[in-house]
Design a protein around this ligand. Structure first.
Ligand code: SAM
Length: 284
């Protein structure tokens, strides 16, 4: 059997009784043209090991394998999909490895072969999408090189946001301190079965080379949480919480980082937050 001889996804869902469960954030993509397009956003997969979180009935899984991934490892929490995924494995010539687990708990580095770059692809379950992204951004040592991720449109906007915009905040600063990010594809709610309440979008993140990647994600997390936690206040005031964990005042930290204490968080660029995180760490 080959991948293109597999039945349409609607038939797979009916055959294995795979009705979507809300508790698992299940919204399926059944159009294989669309899942192929998402897989191709990852570029040439033939020299990469791919990992997909939440394959469900396997629409994107099929797209990734058809795009020629050297191997594909999937992590799915809901055991109901194992039969359908096994059929895909057989049709792919054994390139698919399935793990039934919660993606928040797995050690991806240990699961994946290490003789080629690793690429993450996922139509993420909305309830854990941001948590998974943060887990991957914080991973040290970094085990992946590129991620192609579908989020709710609002979350995707927050990943790629630029200073001065409403969407600019913690997620933009942390993502862009570790990766080059770009909006890949906007996807309307009606593309999913069942349709979610909001639009979605695919974001492509390329991990920066180590020399350009900001290492202290923890400090960055603390200063951005404080600064954007009260985003309408000036940094002199909003940063007091993070400064309280150091020997310095908010004003001292800001001056040392070359940032105007009278400015608001949303106008400070990613470099500015990295300088601030560095000063925060020095003052601990
Ligand atoms: N990839 C499929 C598609 O595009 O049609 C399904 C996407 S659906 C939005 C999210 C998938 O993630 C579901 O299959 C769900 O069971 C799975 N999932 C939800 N939470 C998970 C978790 N914590 N770990 C692993 N898989 C999870």
């Amino acid at each position: 059997m080959s991948l293109d001889s597999l039945p349409p996804l609607r038939d797979v869902i009916a055959q294995h009784d795979l009705g979507a469960k809300k508790a698992f954030g299940q919204h399926f993509l059944l159009d294989l043209n669309l899942t192929g397009k998402i897989a191709r956003l990852a570029g040439d997969l033939s020299q990469a090991h791919a990992i997909e979180i939440g394959p469900g009935p396997g629409g994107l899984t099929r797209g990734i394998l058809e795009a020629g991934a050297k191997s594909l490892t999937v992590v799915e929490k809901d055991a109901r999909f194992l039969g359908a995924l096994d059929d895909i494995n057989q049709a792919s010539g054994g390139r698919l490895t399935v793990h039934q687990a919660d993606a928040l708990d797995v050690d991806e580095d240990a699961l994946l072969p290490s003789d080629a770059p690793r690429i993450i692809l996922s139509n993420l379950p909305y309830n854990v999408g941001t948590l998974l992204l943060i887990k991957w951004l914080e991973a040290d040592p970094a085990w992946w090189t590129r991620a192609v991720l579908m989020f709710q449109r609002e979350v995707a906007d927050r990943v790629v946001a630029q200073p001065g915009s409403k969407a600019y905040g913690r997620l933009a600063v942390i993502s862009q301190s570790r990766c080059d990010v770009r909006m890949g594809l906007k996807v309307p709610a009606r593309a999913f079965t069942p349709p979610p309440k909001v639009e979605s979008a695919v974001v492509v993140l390329d991990l920066l080379p180590e020399a350009k990647r900001f290492a202290d994600v923890q400090a960055l997390g603390i200063v951005t949480a404080s600064a954007f936690g009260q985003r309408r206040k000036t940094l002199r005031r909003s940063l007091a919480q993070a400064a309280g964990q150091t020997k310095a005042s908010a004003e001292d930290l800001l001056n040392a980082a070359g940032i105007d204490p009278g400015a608001r968080a949303e106008v400070i660029d990613v470099d500015g937050f990295q300088r601030l995180a560095t000063e925060w760490r020095k003052a601990r």
